[in-house]
Write a protein that binds this ligand. Structure first.
Ligand SMILES: Nc1ncnc2c1ncn2[C@@H]1O[C@H](COP(=O)(O)OP(=O)(O)OP(=O)(O)O)[C@@H](O)[C@H]1O
Length: 956
């Protein structure tokens, strides 16, 4: 449907010349427009100004066409009606409307001079006679079998429809009442919205006609059935050429009992038009201003063959509206005026419809008047429409003229979606015509043969039977209505109860929603707890780092202590070595002296040794005690801090764990409650039970009322009620199933989300358990490490204490060292030995001196007795020395090979101390020269280390 082109309504303005009344009133011309046609603008000056000022204050309206006083009927027809007429021949539904205040030329434009002059139309002929002639001209070449034309003429006055072609008006019979029905397509959406039926295809399918044809002609009484039934038959009834009970004004509207007349020529059409106008004239003479307050619609229906089987149906509605001044009058009229027909509801509504369509409102009030219902398809529908606004040029009508022009320019904005009309099958058309012909012939024969009888007995009987049938049907209908009313009341009650159930279910769903909100809240709280827990874990990690740092500090302190111990030991040992060396040097020096106090020296050395060891001992003691004191002071603090932190963390973890468990258990409980409810109660028992109860109650009530009302038809009614029960059960069940399906459809995503959240909670629970286990093991590990660190610290302290005791032992061993004493004693003995050797040497030297005297003496003797080269005393001494030097030197000491060796041992094998180092010092051998004992070379001191792992160091 979206590809259907939208087309604006064609709007034209036609202005007549001033009439006699206006001339007599000397009312000036206030409308400016071309005399014949031309510019599409109309301006009106209502200010009373003249000249240029008048032009400036004029209001201009732009339309599609403007016709001035000199525009003749032919021009208007050609410009406005003929284009639509061509579309009508093609198959489009078309409408031409004339609108304007009274006496402005609406009827003149639409009908004009309808009389025939020598079978021809006059110049003054309006649109309707011209269309009637034009249509047969257009179909001139076509075979008479290929088309059929029918006409209807309806008048709307005071919201009452009247068939102007009904012969009953002439014979003083009561004419059939015309009624408007919406077509089936429009019934469902006939709320006045322009979207309701505009896009419905007007095409009738073969099957549609095939199904309705048989029933439509089998019995005429069916035409008087209920509106809906009549509507379903409308398309089949449309082709009835004469005395048809119904027709269509638009594809969505159906007028029951409106007669359509088949015409074979333009003259027949003109005769029908004249008959209708005559009928209108009668009414007009009875009532003042009648013609200006009534609307007429002359409809031409064209059935044109489009193939062997089908005829295309198109319509042309030619509408002459009531005087537009009635719109303004209407608002001020009272009830009496309304009763008199002064208020033109239809015209009033037409104005509102035009406004609503122009403003593109959502609601178009088509249904508020019969006129707008009839024109529904012509305004904003599938019809091609043209509006001719007729105006007066005179100043005395300027207000009405302005109003008409306003409406015309508004109507210009209305868009239609024109569509080709519907089809009808040829067989249907032929059958309907044949049936009607048979009936007409029968009536004609009866009329000719019997005076006063206007129809055959057969037809009369048929009509009498029909009348009886109608009566029975009416009674049945009344009973049906009563029954339907009762059922309706029951259903309303049911609906009320269902609504209550629905409300309670909604409340339950709301409750569930609240529960879900509550659980989401809990989950949020749990998330917050997890966040706190993660903060606690970070705290714990920081505490562990601090503890590791503390352990590192202990290790560093231990390392420093060891280094300090080593330093002290080596420093003390170095100073000891130094002093010992000095003492040895002194000793050596003293050895060369005669009166040497060895005991004193030895004692001094011994004392010095004791002092050194004492100081070493005390400093070691001090350092150890300080270290132990530090450790003893710091360790409990550190461990207390760590213990406190771990305790805090443990309590936080336990609190979190218990709160988490409480949350999870409450969540779990809520979930179980919800699950139980969903599984056992939600939409399970209560709804079905309630439905059953209602159905049973309804059934019971229906049964009781049926029994009392229709005792004679009990069996039938029971069967009917059983059927109703089943169908009602079925429908209620399906409704309930649909409700349940919809509810479940709504609930399922929520349930899935809920289950998903439960899974997440379970996952979270699992993670929390894992985390708790990990925490426990981590804390356990931390405790283990603390214990380990404590143990290692304790063992380190024990080691330190051991070392201290060992140091004490070493000190004591130094004090009680028999080796030293032995050595001292050995030194003493050696000193004694040396002393004696020195004595001996002295003696020997003395003896040698004596011998020197003897030798000197013998030399002098020799010199005195022998001639030998003269030598001075010095040379002699040199020679003697050479002699002496030729003798082997005697080693020092009693054994002649005793290098002096001092051995001492330091350190212990404890973990913190270095492995024991054995150090040996040796002295060089001493040579005797010229009787003096002196070292041949400066004494060399070497450190001989047994320790292969450490670098040898020379100690000065
Ligand atoms: N364009 C015109 N040229 C010549 N005469 C005209 C023209 N328009 C209207 N008239 C004449 O004016 C008179 C009133 O016209 P008409 O009856 O058509 O008005 P109306 O709008 O239909 O009035 P009402 O609403 O009362 O029916 C008629 O005598 C008609 O001949």
């Amino acid at each position: 449907m979206s590809d259907i082109e939208e087309l604006n309504i064609t709007v034209a303005v036609r202005c007549r010349g001033r009439n006699q009344k206006e001339v007599d009133a000397r009312s000036s011309v206030v409308v400016a427009l071309p005399d014949v046609t031309g510019k599409n603008e109309v301006s009106i000056n209502t200010s009373g100004e003249t000249g240029i000022a008048a032009q400036l204050s004029s209001k201009i309206y732009t339309v599609d066409k403007v016709f001035g006083p000199s525009a003749d009927q032919q021009l208007v027809f050609k410009s406005i009606a003929e284009p639509l007429f061509r579309d009508f021949i093609k198959g489009y539904n078309c409408t031409v409307l004339v609108y304007g205040m009274t006496s402005t030329g609406k009827t003149y434009t639409m009908t004009g001079d309808e009389r025939l002059y020598d079978g021809e139309l006059s110049e003054g002929a309006g649109i309707i006679p011209r269309v009637l002639f034009k249509i047969f001209d257009a179909l001139e070449d076509a075979s008479s079998d290929d088309y059929m034309i029918k006409c209807s003429f309806v008048e709307l006055y005071n919201e009452e429809l009247k068939d102007l072609l009904d012969e009953a008006h002439d014979s003083n019979n009561v004419p059939k009442k015309l009624r408007i029905f919406d077509s089936a397509a429009n019934t469902s959406g006939s709320n006045g919205s322009r979207n309701s039926s505009r896009t419905n295809s007007p095409k009738f399918t073969e099957s549609h006609f095939a199904s309705s044809t048989a029933s439509s002609y089998s019995s005429r009484r069916k035409m008087r059935m209920a509106p809906n039934a009549a509507n379903t038959l409308k398309s089949a009834k449309a082709p009835i050429p004469k005395s048809s009970s119904s027709t269509e004004i638009s594809s969505a509207i159906h007028i029951q009992n409106l007669q359509e007349f088949h015409i074979m020529s333009a003259k027949e059409g003109i005769r029908l038009l004249q008959r209708g106008l005559k009928q209108r004239q009668v009414a007009s003479t009875k009532m003042n201003d009648f013609s200006s307050r009534s609307h007429t619609v002359f409809t031409i229906m064209l059935y044109k063959k489009c193939d062997d089987e089908n005829f295309r149906v198109s319509k042309m509605n030619l509408v002459d509206l009531a005087g537009s001044e009635n719109i303004n009058r209407s608002g001020a009229q009272n009830q009496r005026a309304k009763e008199a027909g002064s208020i033109n509801q239809s015209l009033l509504t037409l104005g509102r419809v035009i406004n609503s369509l122009a403003d593109k409102s959502a609601h178009i009030p088509f249904r508020e008047s019969k006129l707008t219902r009839l024109l529904q398809d012509s305004l904003g529908g599938n019809t091609k429409t043209a509006l001719i606004a007729t105006i007066s040029p005179a100043k005395i009508n300027s207000e009405e003229t302005s109003s008409t022009l306003e409406y015309a320019s508004k109507a210009k904005n209305i868009k239609n979606k024109p569509q080709i009309g519907s089809f009808i099958m040829k067989d249907v058309l032929v059958k309907s015509i044949t049936a009607e012909l048979v009936k007409i012939k029968s009536d004609l024969l009866s009329t000719k043969s019997k005076d006063g009888v206007y129809m055959s007995q057969e037809n009369y009987k048929e009509l009498t039977n029909e009348l009886e049938n109608y009566k029975t049907e009416i009674q049945e209908c009344q009973r049906s209505i009563e029954k339907l009313n009762t059922q309706n009341a029951m259903l309303l009650k049911e609906r009320k109860i269902s609504n209550e159930i629905n409300e309670s279910q909604k409340a339950k769903v709301r409750n569930l929603g609240d529960n879900i909100e509550y659980l989401y809240d809990k989950i949020d709280r749990q998330h917050r707890n997890e966040q706190e827990l993660s903060n606690v874990v970070q705290e714990l990690m920081r505490a562990l780092h601090a503890m590791q740092k503390s352990l590192q500090v202990y290790e560093d302190q231990g390392q420093r202590f060891q280094t300090e111990m080593e330093r002290v030991l080596y420093e003390n040992i170095g100073s000891f070595k130094k002093s010992l060396t000095n003492e040895i040097e002194k000793l050596k020096a003293n050895v060369n002296e005669d009166n040497i106090d060895v005991d004193a020296n030895i004692n001094m050395v011994s004392k010095e040794l004791y002092r050194i060891f004492d100081s070493l001992n005390s400093s070691s003691n001090e350092i150890c005690q300080k270290f132990v004191r530090d450790i003893s002071e710091q360790t409990p603090k550190h461990f207390q801090g760590i213990h406190d932190q771990v305790g805090n963390i443990t309590s936080v973890v336990e609190a979190y764990s218990s709160s988490l468990m409480a949350h999870l258990s409450s969540v779990s409980e809520e979930y179980n409650n919800l699950k139980d409810y969903l599984n056992e109660q939600f939409f399970k028992n209560n709804f079905q039970e309630a439905l059953d109860v209602h159905v049973e109650r309804t059934y019971h009530q229906l049964k009781v009322s049926a029994n009392s009302a229709f005792i004679q038809l009990r069996e039938t009614m029971n069967e009917h009620l059983e059927n109703n029960k089943n169908s009602m059960m079925q429908s209620l069940k399906s409704a309930a199933a649909e409700v349940v399906a919809k509810e479940m459809g709504l609930l399922n995503p929520v349930k899935q989300a809920w289950e998903k959240s439960l899974e997440n909670i379970n996952e979270c629970d699992k993670l929390t358990n894992n985390f708790e286990n990990n925490m426990h093991s981590a804390v356990k590990e931390v405790y283990g490490r603390i214990d380990q660190a404590t143990n290692s610290s304790i063992s380190a302290m024990v080691g330190v204490e051991n070392n201290l005791s060992q140091l004490k032992d070493v000190s004591a061993s130094f004090r009680n060292n028999s080796v030293i004493d032995t050595n001292v004693e050995g030194i003493k003995r050696k000193h004694e030995l040396l002393k004696s050797q020195l004595q001996n040497n002295a003696n020997y030297m003395q003896a040698a001196t004596q011998k020197f005297g003897e030798i000197d003496k013998s030399i002098q003797d020799l010199l005195s007795t022998q001639t030998i080269p003269q030598l001075n005393s010095e040379e002699r001494i040199e020679s003697l020395l050479e002699q002496l030097n030729d003798r082997p030197l005697r080693p020092l000491g009693p054994s002649g090979k005793t290098p002096m060796r001092i051995t001492y041992q330091v350190g212990s094998s404890s973990g913190l101390m270095q492995p024991p180092v054995k150090r040996s010092y040796s002295t060089s051998p001493i040579k005797e020269i010229d009787g003096n004992k002196r070292a041949l070379s400066p004494p060399k001191r070497r450190l001989i280390e047994d320790d292969t792992s450490s670098k040898p160091r020379e100690i000065q």
